[in-house]
Write a protein that binds this ligand. Structure first.
Ligand code: ZN
Length: 315
């Protein structure tokens, strides 16, 4: 990167690029889980309600949605606010990745090479998260794609595994080299995927149903390739805590909701039966989104996560 311009300029520019990528991620989120639809074809998107072809003017990230007040220009169909949300979120994550990898690096030693790799991982996580919310599945394009990209990225940008213990251990010098980074990546994929696979096996023995989707196993295997074995374990813990909190909130919400509905119908519903319907609602929360958030947090803020872990475990 040319250094005669301040880093803030490049970070802002990368954020704007994130807006455009976010627009493409919307297409991926919509088309990847649907059989027989290609991300590349048709190039132009259509309004799902009236089939109106969206012009470039109506396709400006966030801006078009605001200008059209969230409606299709042709039929006034309400465009879900998720579209501008995904675009704004991607822009924010890209800017954050650019800042974190450069001027915001903990040792003050920036590395611009990390920016495209981290951004690619974050883009994949955004797609996995939103598709999993809708379809309870994680596209193989993201999970298996990540497992293919991780070793290549580790070879190209060994700094990716600067905090990975395995990578440090097997590197020759003080800095992580290519061999070390590759070993850290492979160890991360094995530990990430292996942990969830083992938990899933134990879970299905205990509860007699599939506790863990195989999509989650593949996602954490891919994530582990970028954050290493320790990072994968931390990402899983963060994901589990988040999913438990959301599950608990769902349990409370649906238990109350179910009682309220029964009362509105004039029927009396026992607390036990309300709790039952709440429990069913809490059971069906996808794990992928929370796992994705965990991987994202570790990716961008591994140092803080490490410090917190030390604080918790060592007192
Ligand atoms: Zn329309």
């Amino acid at each position: 990167m040319p250094t005669d311009l301040p880093p803030a300029f490049w970070i802002a520019w990368w954020g704007v690029f994130g807006l455009i990528v976010g627009s493409f991620l919307n297409v991926c989120i919509h088309r990847l889980p649907r059989e027989g639809q290609s991300v590349w074809h048709p190039r132009r998107s259509h309004c799902p309600k009236c089939g109106h072809q969206i012009t470039w003017r109506e396709n400006l990230p966030v801006l078009s949605w605001v200008l059209q007040r969230g409606r299709c220009a042709s039929c006034a169909w309400r465009i879900p606010w998720r579209y501008p949300l995904v675009e704004a979120l991607t822009a924010l994550l890209f800017a954050l990745a650019a800042w974190r990898a450069t001027v915001g690096a903990p040792d003050g030693q920036g590395d611009w090479a990390l920016v495209p790799v981290w951004s690619l991982v974050l883009a994949g996580l955004v797609v996995a998260t939103f598709v999993d919310f809708d379809f309870f599945e994680i596209p193989d394009e993201v999970s298996i794609g990540g497992m293919v990209v991780a070793p290549v990225a580790s070879l190209l940008v060994p700094a990716l595994h600067a905090e990975t213990w395995v990578a440090q251990r097997f590197s020759e010098g003080a800095e992580v080299d290519r061999v070390g980074a590759l070993l850290g990546c492979v160890a991360g994929m094995l530990v990430g995927g292996g942990m969830l696979l083992a938990i899933g096996k134990v879970g299905s023995r205990l509860f007699g149903r599939d506790a863990m989707g195989f999509g989650d196993v593949k996602l954490l295997a891919a994530g582990g390739g970028f954050v290493g074995p320790g990072g994968a374990a931390a990402a899983m813990m963060i994901g589990a805590i988040l999913a438990s909190v959301v599950g608990l909130l769902n349990l409370v919400r649906f238990t109350c909701f179910s009682r309220q509905r029964a009362r509105a119908r004039g029927a009396t519903k026992s607390f036990g039966r309300s709790l039952q319907s709440g429990r069913i609602a809490a059971r069906y929360i996808p794990f992928g989104p929370y796992l994705g958030i965990g991987i994202g947090i570790v990716l961008l803020d591994w140092n803080h996560v490490l410090r917190l872990l030390r604080l918790l475990l060592q007192g």
